[in-house]
Write a protein that binds this ligand. Structure first.
Ligand code: PMV
Length: 320
């Protein structure tokens, strides 16, 4: 019986992915740039089993049904089609990311699943192949295949994958405002943004420009420029989202308070910038040497976790 286990970590985008040019192939409208973290890993085991008539999924010790199971089955259908193998699989996944709270559990989840399924079904496990495959499960998962800073290119099915980027030393302080699942999935809110937000075209144009400048900031080892671009880009994403009909708003009062606290720290001379994904949690982007001070300054507003650059996806020995 063929089995494989992989571990992947979430990533937080400094230049966000928000919107698709192809929903089936999960191609992004623009490129994006992120940092893979060293916290909240997902460990996933895929075991082929001839006795199964459908794939099964165990998530954090419980049998999963509904959307998570459907997404895993669709993903494994793709893997089977590529591998030319019909056998179904048992998938056992353990997440330490609060699932669905905008902390990219889908990124670590589909990066780990792509690696474990590729190994178990005999597909290539090089970084480019895994990044392209992980992209099909969840766009941001293409970046969690890579360690630390990674750029995910817009392009076609063959060319849209993530690659490593060299840049400044970065820490991230994750402030968890709400660990519950979000009301509107990023998939639906992205679709709604593109279909209804009058700000969406401006989001796409400005993000393409921002990515170019952000990559220059990385090449120049310029933390301050990168941090400022990241905060601007995150707020622009939320502005585009807030143009949706029917409305979607991810930032909560506590999120805004965290952005204010980050700005107050900046006024005190700390080089720190805020970002937020499709949820209320705020991530403070700072230099590693400032992470303790930033964490202390945010801790009365929300529980905080200090993260540093983390590893890319890796296959590990071991059973479920
Ligand atoms: O990969 P998805 O479909 O969960 O979308 C992620 C979108 C954001 O987290 C909001 C931005 C990003 O680039 O990660």
């Amino acid at each position: 019986m063929s089995t494989a286990t992989a571990i992947a970590h979430p990533n937080i985008a400094l230049v966000k992915y928000w919107g698709k040019s192809d929903a089936t192939l999960n191609l992004p409208e623009t490129g994006s740039l992120s940092l893979t973290l060293d916290v909240f890993p997902t460990t996933t085991t895929v075991t082929l089993d001839d006795a199964l008539t459908a794939d099964t999924l165990e998530l954090d010790g419980l049998p999963a049904a509904g959307t998570p199971l459907d997404r895993v089955r669709r993903f494994l259908d793709l893997v089977r089609a590529q591998a030319g193998v019909a056998t179904h699989a048992r998938v056992v996944s353990r997440n330490t990311v609060p699932t669905g709270a905008g902390l990219a559990s889908s990124a670590s989840g589909f990066a780990a699943l792509a690696a474990a399924a590729s190994a178990a079904y005999g597909l290539p496990t090089d970084t480019v192949s895994l990044s392209r495959l992980a992209r099909r499960g969840s766009g941001s998962a293409s970046r969690s295949v890579l360690p630390a800073l990674a750029v995910w290119h817009e392009g076609d099915d063959a060319t849209s994958y993530a690659e490593p980027v060299t840049g400044p030393e970065i820490a991230m302080v994750v402030a968890t405002v709400d660990a519950g699942p979000k009301a509107v999935s990023s998939r639906e809110a992205m679709r709604r943004s593109a279909a209804t937000s009058p700000y969406y075209p401006a989001w796409v144009t400005s993000t393409r420009e921002t990515l170019e400048v952000a990559l220059e900031a990385c090449a120049d080892d310029d933390f301050t420029a990168l941090g400022r671009l990241a905060e601007t880009n995150a707020l622009r994403m939320h502005a585009a989202i807030q143009g949706c009909e029917p409305p979607v708003r991810y930032l909560a009062p506590a999120s805004v308070a965290l952005f204010d606290r980050v700005a107050a720290l900046r006024a005190e001379g700390v080089d720190v910038w805020g970002t937020a994904d499709a949820g209320p949690n705020v991530v403070a982007v700072c230099r590693p040497a400032d992470a303790g001070r930033v964490a202390d300054a945010l801790a009365d507003l929300a529980p905080v976790t200090v993260a540093l650059p983390g590893p890319g996806v890796r296959l590990v020995e071991g059973a479920e």
